[in-house]
Write a protein that binds this ligand. Structure first.
Ligand code: GLY
Length: 347
């Protein structure tokens, strides 16, 4: 088993091993002071993996209750959050019990936010079941729900007590959802690690499974380093948003229906690189994006996307922070007035 330790406001470990879901009970028991767990999951992951988790927990003497909501971003809402709070009350979950998030980014984000706020906070464990959640959203303690006016607008920093990462669970993901995660993996290569980028670029959708464990380990290690330096996202952590300012605008322009988060980030990374890099870097990025059947562009007018960037929550008053990678493996944070960002992208 590989262990990555995170030193943040709460120190915790990320455990990575194939088959770990079947025997994660001991690892969870070691970080909580309870034998009562509330598992939160969605209706797809429930059918695939809940039974394995339940057995692993019961083998360690846990009593387990379960809350299931419909798969998808629409569930990351105040309505679902209220249902979770009611479920926790009805099942007499106390501050010394724990929440276990079993699922992708939506499950992790809303469960983490419930754990940050219910009874002013209780421990939670992340068991990410998508590539994107394994390499990004389950690590670093960002939790949130969406509001009708935007994604992740209500949230809290709340580090998990541990993260259980089992690459075997990725075998049930569709190619589209794997690619969604690969876009974030490409991002890690672009911002911090040329070798990782080359590893990803030398594979494709069909054969990446042969190196996915290595990719997961490297991506999580990068995320750990960045989070340790800037847990509360006031400086270096912003580099994790390479491709995201325009990416969020793409997602929003199409009402979150046309492009997955990863696809939109791929478009955002390509657009930023087109503006800031020479052709060699751009061509390398393009062929890597294409190898994972991700898009480099969309038909939304750039002027509309730039307007939507003005709504980005990373904005500071009239200024916008955005990330450029002048070379593969190196990121820089840039700050521009929104009007100047418009000129920068449009010209
Ligand atoms: N997903 C970006 C971050 O955790 O900061």
């Amino acid at each position: 088993m590989q262990t990555i330790s995170v030193k943040a406001s709460l120190n915790y470990n990320i455990y990575i091993e194939r088959g770990l879901l079947n025997n994660c009970g001991r690892l969870i028991a070691d970080v909580v002071n309870t034998r009562k767990a509330a598992v939160i999951t969605d209706d797809i992951v429930d059918g695939l993996y809940y039974k394995k988790l339940e057995k692993a927990l019961k083998d360690e003497g846990f009593s387990v209750v379960k809350f299931v909501f419909p798969n998808g971003e629409a569930s990351k809402s105040t309505e679902t959050l209220n249902e979770i709070y009611n479920f926790l009350c009805e099942n007499s979950i106390t501050r010394s019990d724990c929440i276990i998030a079993l699922g992708g980014g939506v499950v992790g984000d809303i469960s983490g936010y419930a754990a940050a706020t219910f009874l002013r906070g209780l421990k939670y464990i992340q068991i990410p079941t998508t590539l994107l959640a394994q390499i990004d959203s389950s690590v670093g303690g960002k939790t949130a729900i969406d509001l009708p006016c935007g994604k992740n607008l209500v949230g809290a920093f709340k580090q998990p007590s541990c993260v259980i990462c089992d690459p075997d669970v990725l075998s049930t993901l569709s190619e589209k959802i794997m690619s969604d995660g690969m876009a974030e993996a490409i991002k890690y290569g672009m911002i911090r690690d040329r070798e990782l980028f080359e590893l990803i670029a030398s594979h494709n959708t069909e054969n990446v499974s042969s190196v996915i464990d290595k990719i997961i380990y490297k991506c999580i290690s990068i995320k750990r380093d960045v989070v340790e330096n800037d847990e509360f996202d006031t400086g270096e952590r912003m580099i994790l948003n390479f491709g995201h300012t325009l990416g969020h605008a793409v997602e929003s322009y199409y009402n979150y229906e046309t492009y997955t988060h990863g696809s939109a980030v791929a478009i955002g990374m390509y657009m930023m690189t087109e503006k800031t890099c020479d052709n060699t870097v751009l061509e390398k990025l393009k062929s890597c994006i294409k190898a994972y059947k991700l898009p480099c562009g969309c038909d939304a007018p750039v002027s509309s996307l730039v307007k939507l960037c003005g709504n980005d929550k990373k904005r500071e008053s009239a200024m916008l922070n955005f990330i450029v990678c002048p070379q593969i493996g190196h990121a820089q944070i840039k700050k521009l007035a929104i009007a100047d960002f418009e000129n920068f992208i449009l010209n």
